[in-house]
Design a protein around this ligand. Structure first.
Ligand SMILES: [Zn+2]
Length: 433
């Protein structure tokens, strides 16, 4: 049992429907076997737990572990390829690198870089877009397990439109996916995600093979891309005889409450209605949408239709692992939308970066905030003395204001500690030896 003493901020209730930022200054949080068993004013908690060791995190703030609902493991080394729209960026930047993961030794190095990126950014749970190569997906699972992260990932499958070495067949994709799920799904904090790259690169036969895996692997997740870029959307409509993009997945039974579709920058009303009815979530990836010029995310329309939305970094089209940066960019984009935008507070941003992601991944009972009964997945935000964020926190007018400064100024280097299920994992300035 361990008692943590800290200022704790979290969003146990959705701010988009009236929830508030919860801030407890000088709180005590008791963790037993990775689970929060008590929290409250420190003095009170201490009286009830006089003999427990105390981890004093008095400066800075303790937040729930961050949840990234869309991030590509094979792309960590190509972050920063600016200047191209989606399909050019894929051809020139992302896919040549993804092809290199055919070599399992190369993939191991990439997986190590990727997991380091997640941990240092305070991302404790992630829906990870895997590799086209089963051997590389094995490596990803292995490295994620060693780090202790909550990772849902799987084999990326395609049978057209990409460079030949990334293509598979429906039968082979099914066999490889089932074998991977057999090895890793439900193993500790790992789960399997059925992952066609996007319907632009997956025929109906391939999507049907995905549907078989999705149905047969109980508790598996489904993820892919949707409505990211106008040229891509036109191409998909042509390939599927005018079907709308969401329908290309939904008609195979791939869209339900266990589905997360990335982007959805240009949805039709019909698609939003369908996503809401089926209970699927959308991963909003603001720096990626900005970097590729994909467009301004219509958050208002998603909220109005009742479509669940969480945040994704979309590394490597996104410009880094830091979900504070994604939150800030989401805020910028809504500001730029003017009257069509949603006025976001720091409480909305924290919700999107934590509890909304947990909900999208079906993990809301376990993680997403720091309530009693939840896993102790937490990050300690502690900027260096004199850093503009430290100055800002020292002069914040309210917890909401302090949290806004974290989103405006925070970087991965400000994350001084990361815990998953009560275990401290390497992070920022406190790396595991
Ligand atoms: Zn993506």
């Amino acid at each position: 049992m361990t008692l943590y003493r800290a200022t704790v901020l979290d969003t146990p209730a959705d701010p988009f429907i009236g929830g508030q930022l919860r801030c407890e200054e000088d709180a005590g949080v008791v963790v037993e076997d990775g689970v929060i068993t008590a929290r409250g004013p420190y003095a009170e908690i201490r009286r009830a737990h006089r003999d427990e060791p105390v981890v004093a995190l008095r400066e800075g703030m303790l937040l729930p572990g961050l949840v990234d609902t869309h991030v590509h493991f094979p792309q960590v080394r190509v972050i920063g390829g600016l200047g191209m729209p989606l399909l050019d960026w894929l051809d020139q930047c992302a896919l040549p690198e993804e092809a290199r993961l055919a070599d399992a030794t190369y993939a191991r190095g990439v997986a190590a870089d990727f997991v380091t990126g997640l941990v240092d950014a305070g991302t404790t749970t992630a829906l990870v877009f895997g590799s086209h190569f089963a051997s590389a997906v094995d490596v990803m699972f292995e490295v994620a397990q060693r780090a202790g992260l909550r990772v849902t990932t799987g084999l990326v499958v395609s049978d057209r439109s990409l460079r030949p070495e990334l293509l598979s067949t429906p039968d082979r994709a099914y066999e490889e996916a089932r074998a991977l799920a057999e090895r890793w799904h439900g193993n500790g904090r790992l789960r399997y995600a059925v992952t066609p790259r996007f319907s632009f690169s997956a025929s109906d036969a391939m999507l049907e093979s995905c549907a078989a895996t999705f149905k047969e692997v109980s508790g598996s997740w489904f993820t892919s891309h949707v409505n990211e870029n106008l040229a891509e959307i036109d191409a998909v409509a042509t390939l599927f005889d005018g079907a709308h993009y969401v329908q290309t997945y939904a008609r195979h039974g791939l869209v339900d409450r266990s589905s997360v579709l990335a982007h959805n920058v240009h949805p039709s009303e019909e698609e939003l209605t369908l996503l809401a009815a089926l209970g699927a979530s959308v991963a909003h990836c603001p720096t990626s949408n900005s970097a590729l010029g994909s467009g301004l995310f219509p958050l208002r329309r998603h909220l109005d239709h009742g479509v669940r939305v969480a945040l994704g970094s979309d590394v490597g089209a996104g410009t880094g692992f830091c979900l504070f940066k994604e939150g800030l960019q989401a805020y910028f984009m809504q500001q730029l939308l003017g009257r069509d935008g949603v006025a976001l507070t720091s409480a909305h941003l924290l919700w999107l970066a934590t509890a909304a992601g947990a909900d999208a991944l079906g993990l809301a009972e376990e993680v997403g905030d720091l309530s009693v009964g939840k896993q102790f997945d937490a990050i300690w935000v502690l900027p260096e003395t004199g850093d503009p964020l430290a100055v800002g926190l020292g002069n914040a007018k309210s917890p909401l204001d302090a949290l806004a400064k974290v989103f405006a100024l925070g970087a991965t280097s400000d994350i001084a500690g990361v815990w998953v299920g009560g275990e401290q994992v390497a992070a920022g300035r406190f790396r595991r030896p």
